[in-house]
Design a binder for this molecule. Structure first.
Ligand SMILES: Cc1cc2nc3c(=O)[nH]c(=O)nc-3n(C[C@H](O)[C@H](O)[C@H](O)COP(=O)(O)O)c2cc1C
Length: 369
């Protein structure tokens, strides 16, 4: 019982609901996608897309799925002693749609192998479970089948996901291990990513600058999202691009608000390389870096004056602002990048102001979450 709004105030219970409303609510429960296959008494193959699949027991190994009694293949499954669960891989959404559509011969043109008792195993899936039916239960307009798992296989394909009525792909929630010394602070990072992604859409439109969302990854500042402007700074900005700590606005915005134990290793290596490089660019030194980081801590803005950007293809300016965890550590940096000739990356200009306001708002939301 905290000061937050009660469930009833926020979302009153709907006691008389339509089928569609129930389906929408059930769509909040995200699942994988399977094609369940079997053979009928005449040796004909049947299969349908099903997301009702669920694990039941490890010992003994049991799984379940349920089928609508209205399905064309219902009698085949009702009378069959076996079924095979084909867990679809993330590229197999066409196959999911194919097996979700009634047709006289769903297997024509489909790649499959034959498993135990000749039941089809669809190729290229994420995993397969060959099962013997042990129980059937009526369940309203469905029948629930419980199967004893007799053999299992798994590929390296990532599974397809279904939720909210659409096919999805599964990405890890986390961005890897939290940097040393920031473990607790990084708990708010996934929420920060969601809030920042929304803010980026809005800012890219109003500022018309390419925006990057940068997290501190295993290799230092790492771009985890881009939002292109009408004049993109590059045609093919890759996710996972690792930026320098000491000479990128994003690196500085993050480093200024991370503990030395997370940052020092990268900074030391870069400063050593900077000292060795004889390029025309003025690169930071240990002496020049400390006051720069201090000024970022005061102003909450890091800027980068014209410098070659991504593969040295163009000169770009950048402004970056930190998004802070409730404990004041940088969980993300929100960065605007523009071609040097059009983008005035002043720390007190309107673009810096808009970024700083967005970052403050997200940091405040993280404190309240
Ligand atoms: C993502 C997804 C999940 C589905 N899950 C189920 C399910 O669990 N049980 C079911 O009976 N039908 C489910 N369906 C619907 C069937 O796939 C569809 O009705 C199919 O046409 C049945 O095949 P049949 O008529 O050839 O038997 C699902 C459809 C989709 C797209």
């Amino acid at each position: 019982m905290t000061g937050s709004t009660s469930i009833d105030e926020e979302r009153p219970a709907i006691r008389t609901f339509e089928k569609r409303q129930l389906r929408d609510v059930l769509g909040s429960f995200v699942t994988g996608v399977t094609v369940v296959t079997t053979l009928d008494g005449e040796g004909k193959m049947h299969g349908l897309t099903a997301n009702s699949f669920s694990s039941v027991s490890l010992d003994p190994p049991l799984v379940l799925w349920s089928q609508a009694t209205s399905a064309g293949s219902h009698t085949a499954f009702r009378d069959a002693g076996r079924f095979t669960i084909n867990i679809l891989a993330e590229h197999q959404y066409d196959l999911a749609n194919h097996f979700a559509t009634r047709s006289p011969d769903k297997f024509s043109g489909i790649d499959y192998d034959l498993g135990v008792d000749g039941l089809p195993l669809l190729r290229d899936c994420s995993a397969w479970l060959e099962c013997k039916v042990v129980s059937r239960y009526p369940g309203g307009d469905h029948v629930i089948y419980v199967g004893s798992v007799e053999s299992i296989r798994q590929s390296t394909q990532r599974p397809l996901v279904f939720g909210g009525g659409q096919y999805l792909v599964a990405d890890p929630h986390d961005l890897g291990l939290a940097p040393v010394g920031t473990e607790g602070a990084m708990k708010s990072q996934p929420h920060a990513v969601r809030l920042a992604s929304r803010a980026m859409l809005r800012l890219a439109r109003t500022l018309d600058k390419t925006l990057a969302l940068v997290a501190w990854g295993n290799h230092g500042p790492t771009v985890i999202a881009w939002q292109a402007a009408t004049t993109p700074v590059a045609a093919d900005l890759p996710l996972g691009l690792v930026l320098p700590v000491t000479s990128s606005a994003s690196g500085l915005a993050l480093a200024a608000f991370l503990p030395p134990e997370a940052v020092d290793r990268f900074v030391t290596a870069e400063l050593r390389d900077n000292a060795r490089q004889a390029s025309g660019e003025v690169l930071p030194t240990a002496e020049s870096l400390a006051p720069v980081l201090e000024s970022v801590r005061v102003s909450y803005v890091a800027t980068r004056r014209p410098a070659p950007f991504y593969d040295d293809r163009m000169l770009a300016n950048a402004i970056s602002v930190p998004i802070l965890s409730p404990s004041g550590m940088a969980v993300l940096a929100l960065t605007a990048i523009g071609p040097a000739e059009h983008f005035d990356a002043a720390a007190d200009g309107p673009c810096a102001e808009a970024l700083r306001a967005a970052a403050h708002e997200i940091s405040a939301a993280l404190r309240e979450a």
